[in-house]
Write a protein that binds this ligand. Structure first.
Ligand SMILES: CC(C)(COP(=O)(O)OP(=O)(O)OC[C@H]1O[C@@H](n2cnc3c(N)ncnc32)[C@H](O)[C@@H]1OP(=O)(O)O)[C@@H](O)C(=O)NCCC(=O)NCCS
Length: 154
């Protein structure tokens, strides 16, 4: 699989210069490269499969902020009939602290609110604990829960 690296970041210091839109399958290579650059990909998760699945139905999507063909931030957002969830929250490493992360998270919240969802859960990997501050700035709180999972079909 050939990976497309994110193109050179546009000259800007304002998150409002970026346009919000929903991703399509044509964005897959660029999204994958952004997520790799943001340290979010893992060998046990097939991000291309994740992109295809998120874009395949009405309960989930991928939102992105774009300027001059360059994706500055993205979020995968969806709901399961009860809660909303976000994954792959990411801003281009060359465009951090401009407010892109905040804007894409608010866009995910708006997307869920428009569909009647009133609570958003998200997970932070233990090795990425520092990002807690980002979410706290946005009003998120830690809830003590144990997250369990099983890969179905195994
Ligand atoms: C988290 C992330 C999306 C934030 O993007 P961003 O565009 O820089 O965020 P904003 O500019 O909107 O930041 C708003 C505030 O949140 C805090 N913040 C942002 N990123 C932070 C981080 N990585 N750690 C701690 N606090 C952070 C800061 O207080 C920041 O304000 P400041 O710029 O005045 O310091 C970006 O750092 C990223 O892609 N990180 C790697 C991927 C990741 O860890 N995603 C989350 C997975 S759970």
């Amino acid at each position: 699989m050939t990976e497309k690296r994110p193109e050179t970041a546009p000259e800007t210091s304002n998150a409002e210069d970026f346009t919000l839109r929903e991703a399509t399958l044509r964005d897959a290579a660029t999204l994958d490269a952004l997520w790799q650059a943001a340290g979010l990909t893992r060998p046990f998760n097939d991000s291309r499969q994740d992109i295809g699945f998120a874009l395949s139905g009405p309960a989930s999507t991928i939102l992105l902020l774009e300027r001059e063909g360059h994706i500055g931030a993205s979020v995968m957002v969806g709901y399961d009939g009860h809660r909303g969830t976000v994954y792959y929250v990411s801003a281009d490493p060359g465009l951090r602290h401009l407010g892109l992360g905040t804007r894409i998270m608010r866009a995910a919240e708006d997307w869920l609110t428009a569909r009647g969802v009133w609570k958003l859960n998200l997970m932070i990997r233990p090795e990425n604990e520092g990002v807690r501050r980002f979410y706290e700035t946005l009003g998120y709180e830690v809830e003590e829960r144990i997250v369990m999972s099983r890969r179905l079909g195994d």
